[in-house]
Ligand binder design. Structure first.
Ligand SMILES: NC(=O)c1ccc[n+]([C@@H]2O[C@H](COP(=O)([O-])OP(=O)(O)OC[C@H]3O[C@@H](n4cnc5c(N)ncnc54)[C@H](OP(=O)(O)O)[C@@H]3O)[C@@H](O)[C@H]2O)c1
Length: 292
């Protein structure tokens, strides 16, 4: 039997996840928004009956699983509100979607038997429609301190079309930092390259589109060959002269990017070493130049 589900916070993640679970045959008993009209609108998106829509938190009490798809900073307090309205003898399972917080952030101060789970889809939810379609085959991190929580996470992630994988509770900040580096910092790197193109006189509206084919080719190389063998460019080639010229012109014309260029270059030299295409000696020379 599939457990019944209530959603608190029908935003980007909550609506997309609820729509997937509804399509997979899970019954949604309550869609809770602070504004009932938003809850009705979310029911339409999810394609579930609009009588599930409510602005009353107490409506979640009939569900066996409650999704807390609220901002990270609100998870703990919303969980406490849920505990205060639910029957402690028959507590529901609680799920949040934060990549950072442990599931235990939802622990009740009085009850220790609730199944608590963090289910983090490793995906940027720009909006609920894109999120819904991207959930297919999306890696989903599962974190819980109990086997029941892990089992529930695997079932729900799979029902959503995702691929569950475990993350240790004491490593969540590292895990989330990795997620931020691979998504947010990637955007920062693109912005840096775009701004350097603009420094070269390329018109700003052309700068990002000109970079995209290069970046797509890099993704394809990494996907096919892996990180180490997917690396190309002057550092892995050991072209010390080229790197020196980069540093010189950056220092003269775009010094705001120099520190980042140096730091990323040092990391890149380490990848070059691991690829076994850059000798340890040449890597050391490059790192020396970058550290100066
Ligand atoms: N966006 C992403 O890319 C992404 C990816 C993976 C995981 N996550 C995680 O998913 C969770 C939700 O993120 P989201 O991007 O879906 O956020 P969101 O689109 O802003 O939705 C959050 C919802 O929570 C409700 N809410 C806001 N403040 C609240 C409060 N003080 N009390 C109760 N409800 C409140 C709002 O619903 P009403 O206004 O209708 O009440 C809002 O629609 C977060 O834990 C986030 O870390 C996000």
């Amino acid at each position: 039997m599939k457990p019944t589900i209530a959603l608190i916070g029908p935003g980007r993640v909550g609506s997309a996840v609820a729509k997937k679970l509804h399509a997979a045959g899970y019954q949604l008993t309550a869609i809770v928004s602070r504004d009932r009209q938003r809850a009705i609108e979310a029911c339409q998106f999810i394609d579930c009956p609009s009588d599930a829509a409510t602005d009353q938190l107490v409506s979640v009490t009939s569900a066996e699983v409650i999704l807390l798809a609220v901002p990270d900073d609100q998870i703990q307090s919303v969980a406490q509100q849920v505990h205060s309205v639910c029957d402690p003898r028959n507590p529901p399972s609680l799920i949040h979607f934060s990549g950072l917080h442990p599931a235990a952030i939802m622990q009740s101060t009085t009850d220790i038997h609730t199944t608590l789970l963090c289910l983090h889809p490793l995906l940027p939810f720009a909006n609920r429609e894109k999120g819904y379609y991207a959930l297919d085959q999306c890696p989903c991190a599962i974190e819980s301190s109990t086997p029941q929580g892990i089992l529930l996470g695997k079932k729900l992630a799979t029902a959503m079309g995702g691929t569950p994988f475990p993350v240790a509770t004491d490593k969540k900040a590292l895990y989330h930092a990795a997620a931020c580096i691979s998504s947010n910092y990637l955007v920062t790197l693109i912005a840096m390259a775009r701004d350097l193109f603009i420094h070269c006189g390329i018109e700003s509206e052309h700068a990002t589109p000109l970079l995209l084919p290069l970046m797509r080719a890099v993704f394809a190389n990494v996907e096919e060959l892996g990180v180490e063998q997917g690396l190309t460019g002057p550092i892995v080639r050991g072209d010390v002269g080229t790197i020196t010229k980069h540093l010189q012109q950056l220092e003269r014309e775009a010094p705001e990017f120099l520190e980042s260029y140096r730091a990323l270059g040092i990391q890149t030299a380490t990848i070059g070493e691991k690829s076994q295409r850059l000798s340890l000696k040449r890597a050391a020379t490059i790192k020396d130049i970058l550290e100066q």
